[in-house]
Every structure is written in C-alpha cells, then in structure tokens.
Design a protein around this ligand. Structure first.
Ligand SMILES: Nc1ncnc2c1ncn2[C@@H]1O[C@H](COP(=O)(O)OP(=O)(O)O)[C@@H](O)[C@H]1O
Ligand SMILES: [Mg+2]
Length: 233
C-alpha cells in the first residue's frame, strides 16, 4: 500500500533520515519504535506531506505522493498529532465539523448525525458541546481521532499516542487502535515498548535515522541484534 524507497531527509547539514526503504501492507499494524531523536516523527511527517524536501520516493497505492494534492493525501493518510491540535475556541462538535463544513456540501443535519456517530465510536459522545479545555488528555485525543476519522482515512498515523496518558487510558487507547485497524492501516510512532505486545503486527526499529530492523513482531522479538536486545530489555 505504501512503499518508501531510499528516503533521506536533512535539516540543514544534518542528515536525519538515512536511506530508508520499506513497504507497508494494507492490514499492517505498524509500530515505528526507536530512541528519542532517531527520526520517527520526521518519517511520518514525510508520509503525510508535512515534509516535502527529501530525497527518495514515497509511493501510495502506486502513485508518488508528490503527484497527489496535499489535502487529498491528508484525507487518505490522516494524522493524529502528539499535541492533538484542537482549536481551543471551538467546541468538540465544531472542531470535528470545521473542515467537512467547508469542504463538502453536506448539510448541518447530516454533519451533526455523522459527528455523533464518530464520537460514539470513540465513546465520548457526551462531550459533544464541551470546549477542549474541559476535557482530559485522553478525551482530547479521542476528539482528534474523531476528526481524522471524519475523512474516512485509509491510513492513520499516530505520533506518540500513549505519551500523555495514564495507564488506564493507555489500555482503552490500545483497544481503540486495534478496533480501528479493522478499517484502516494503523501506523504508530512510539517509544512505548508495551505496544509491541499489545498492538503491533509489524515493527520498524530505527536508530539515528537508519533502519536497524524491520519485520513481524515475532521476528523482532527473536532478533539477535544487540541494539534491539538492549532496547527490549
Ligand atoms: N524542524 C526541524 N529543524 C531542525 N531539526 C529538526 C527539526 N525537526 C526535527 N529535527 C531534529 O531531527 C532529529 C529527529 O527528530 P524527530 O524526528 O522528532 O525524532 P523522534 O520523533 O524519533 O524523537 C532530532 O535530532 C531533531 O532535533
Ligand atoms: Mg517524535
């Protein structure tokens, strides 16, 4: 579904991603894992066209993403940001309906119906008229997820989704990620090792901008690579 070919990316003179190549299949639950500063966020920002200045190619369903309009690509490959990026002056409902009300010709009633359905699917329908400041971290994240789901994405990128959550909320997030994976390809960037067991079907292990290993969960857990063994400990 996505092919990444010889991807290199620099900021100034510093090379952040170094000749990265791998394939993502349609039903993958991909966990991109590695130490802080290894280039994980940069990599998924390239997939979403938030970074365009790189060498190499990213192919999505046989098309170079450079040939797909940004807005269209970001609907198909949605991103849930680490900081959620909700508008503080808008309610949950308004946050979710802002883009669709501008971009589609759906009427108010249709939009409302869809919003309620989305919020129900992530279990926060009772917060529909709240402002973000009155929500917990986990609830804000669910609003951000609903907003992404409104575009019916084929791929959803999550940047460090567990980092701001308490253990109980992590459990429900993992459950939600596994549910979402039935409808979309899920790519999670994290340094949370518990996601290996609870979520991943495939793991890309990166360090200092290079792929250390890529494979199924079983392959990575059996890896004899000293860097991975050290990280897994
Ligand atoms: N906009 C930027 N300008 C310059 N350097 C950046 C920028 N964004 C990230 N970096 C650097 O790129 C490296 C990788 O960052 P990042 O992709 O955020 O790593 P990770 O998500 O794995 O922690 C870091 O050294 C970071 O300081
Ligand atoms: Mg990061």
């Amino acid at each position: 579904m996505i092919t990444i070919k010889n991807l290199s990316k620099s900021y100034g003179k510093t090379e952040i991603l170094k000749n990265i190549s791998f394939d993502i299949e349609k039903n993958d639950k991909l966990l991109i894992i590695g130490p802080s500063g290894s280039g994980k966020t940069t990599l998924i920002r390239c997939l979403n066209k938030l970074e365009k200045d790189y060498q190499g190619e990213i192919i999505f369903k046989k098309k170079n993403i450079k040939d797909i309009k940004d807005e269209l690509l970001r609907k198909k490959i949605g991103m849930v940001f680490q900081s959620y990026n909700l508008f503080p002056h808008l309610t949950v409902k308004e946050n979710i309906e802002l883009a669709p009300s501008k971009l589609t010709n759906a009427n108010k009633e249709e939009l409302s119906k869809k919003t309620l359905k989305l919020l129900k699917s992530v279990n926060i329908e009772e917060k529909i008229n709240e402002y973000p400041k009155n929500l917990s971290g986990g609830q804000k994240q669910r609003v951000a997820i609903s907003r992404t789901l409104a575009n019916n994405p084929e791929v959803i990128l999550f940047d460090e989704p567990t980092s701001a959550l308490d253990p109980e909320s992590i459990k429900s997030l993992v459950k939600l990620l596994n549910e979402l994976s039935k409808k979309a390809t899920i790519i999670v960037v994290s340094h949370d090792m518990s996601l290996i067991k609870s979520f991943a079907s495939k793991i890309l292990f990166i360090d200092k901008g290079k792929i250390i290993e890529y494979g199924t969960k079983e392959e990575i857990l059996k890896s004899t690579n000293p860097k991975i063994k050290k990280f897994l400990k």
